[in-house]
Design a protein around this ligand. Structure first.
Ligand SMILES: [Zn+2]
Ligand SMILES: [Zn+2]
Ligand SMILES: [Zn+2]
Ligand SMILES: [Zn+2]
Ligand SMILES: [Zn+2]
Length: 470
């Protein structure tokens, strides 16, 4: 029987839904590339020696759906790596060389995101930093606990990585597997646990300053009661080693995955609390999402959370503006304001929420007659100082000129530092600088081509806030 995961590309195309991407555990050689299940024996694609399959059926179907186009790209990287013969190199050299190979490939043709993942997360030896291709495809051994760290035949496997890295890897594996499981059962690729019933009283996030407290005391909480009564409960601590498939352990994993999307409304709420004195009395809220991705608009329903945690709020308007803004084709197009359905409780209370979309550059949008200043502009992971710096700079200047209260987040510290430095250069009034965001996603996601070896990034890891110039 075909599973949802095995049909992920078709489901995404047909139903316009988010689907999990190829798990990195598959790229590391431990799950089938098509059905994403583990199997006693997985066999490799003979051509690229990277894709692995649980069965002939999965291999044939993966070839038709995806691998036909992926295999030849992977082989091009193999050809280069097979010629590299340095016996030993540092992580930095390995990472930078892999990065330039990937950039080169991208400069010659279209490289699908899945293939980029396959290249950057490829198996390599953590001691000599050679890939399998570098060593003439000798057999690598992987850490039996986390499966994500490998060593070649000639390097010692002992002490190849710290206990902390191994544990983070294990959590990530658990979450990756759980996400696939969730998707198979529910078709939901971004499980979330929002507040279902609007609160009647306002309680600031600042007094419930962790996800554990949010789930337990601020949100509905009922579902988590069962596990929070465990002494010393922490979302990031397994309840017990043998709990893997128990209901409480599944609830815990579900709540961790939930933070990966709930981080969006809650990070916004925390920033509003920190900057708007009478937030609890505010009856309407207008937000601009600047340069949003599908992550924001596919999860747009979750922003009802703001109505549920701010009892006085009657109206929530969100405008998404960016070059790939939702549902619009062509440039400089502003959609109608669409009313979004609220839950029955909000409807009874006469609350409204709406969404509008502008496809084009934000700095062009601010020139239009329809523009009006929001309560806050939000830039999640804009990467302002990374790619497309030239198109971001005018947007940053427009936000500064208008004195718009602006919340930004980044995946890691380096990006946050660069972006705040750029703002300082513009003479910005930075209200909150370089803070680890309390409300970041809790899922540690491996950061393959950035920073130190075994690094992780988190959704909305760092945040900073600015408003106008000094
Ligand atoms: Zn399979
Ligand atoms: Zn292949
Ligand atoms: Zn080695
Ligand atoms: Zn390990
Ligand atoms: Zn509601």
């Amino acid at each position: 029987m075909a599973t949802r995961m095995a049909n992920r590309e078709q489901l995404m195309q047909r139903d316009q839904v988010l689907v999990p991407s190829l798990p990195t555990l598959a790229i590391k050689g431990h799950l089938c590339f098509r059905c994403c299940k583990s199997a006693e024996k997985l066999s490799k694609c003979g051509a690229c020696k990277r894709a692995v399959y649980c069965s002939k059926g999965c291999q044939v179907s993966d070839w038709k759906i995806a691998h036909k186009n992926h295999c030849k790209l992977l082989k091009e990287i193999n050809v280069i790596e097979e010629k590299e013969t340095a016996p030993n190199r540092s992580w930095d050299l390995y990472r930078d060389s892999l990065y330039s190979k990937l950039q080169w490939l991208k400069s010659t043709q279209d490289v699908p995101p899945a293939v980029q993942d396959m290249i950057q997360a490829q198996v390599y030896c953590v001691v000599c930093h050679r890939s399998e291709a570098n060593t003439g495809w000798s057999k690598f051994a992987s850490c039996p606990s986390c499966l994500r760290v490998s060593t070649c035949q000639t390097c010692p496997a002992k002490n190849s990585h710290s206990e902390k890295v191994c544990k983070d890897n294990q959590l990530f594996n658990q979450l990756e597997r759980f996400l696939i499981d969730c998707f198979e059962h529910t078709g939901e690729a971004t499980p979330a646990q929002p507040t279902l019933k609007p609160r009647s009283t306002y309680e600031p996030l600042s007094i419930h300053d962790s996800w554990e407290k949010y789930y337990k005391d601020l949100s509905d909480g009922a579902i988590i009661d069962e596990i929070t009564t465990t002494p010393g409960f922490s979302l990031l601590k397994p309840l017990a080693p043998d709990f893997e498939d128990s209901v409480p352990e599944r609830i815990r994993l579900h709540h961790i995955l939930g933070t990966d999307v709930m981080t969006m409304p809650i990070t916004i709420l925390a920033a509003l609390e920190d900057t708007i004195p009478d937030l609890a009395k505010k009856t309407s809220l207008f937000l601009h999402f600047v340069g949003p991705t599908s992550r924001e608009w596919r999860n747009i329903a979750l922003f009802e959370e703001l109505l549920h945690l701010l009892p006085a709020l009657k109206s929530l308007r969100i405008l998404c503006a960016g070059p790939s803004s939702y549902g619009l084709i062509g440039e400089d197009i502003l959609s109608q304001e669409m009313d979004l359905k609220c839950c029955p409780d909000c409807q009874k209370a006469g609350r409204k929420r709406s969404m509008q979309s502008f496809r084009g550059m934000y700095h062009d949008f601010v020139q239009r007659a329809e523009f009006s200043k929001p309560d806050m502009a939000v830039l999640f992971h804009s990467g302002r100082t990374q790619a497309e710096q030239s198109s971001w700079a005018p947007t940053t200047k427009a936000l500064l000129d208008l004195g718009t209260l602006t919340l930004c987040t980044t995946f890691n510290e380096r990006e946050a530092k660069e972006e705040v430095a750029e703002l300082d250069g513009f003479g910005a009034n930075v209200i909150a600088r370089l803070e680890v965001n309390t409300w970041r996603g809790l899922m540690p996601t491996p950061d393959f081509l950035e920073g130190p070896e075994h690094g992780f990034f988190y959704m909305n890891y760092f945040r900073y806030i600015f408003q106008g110039r000094k």
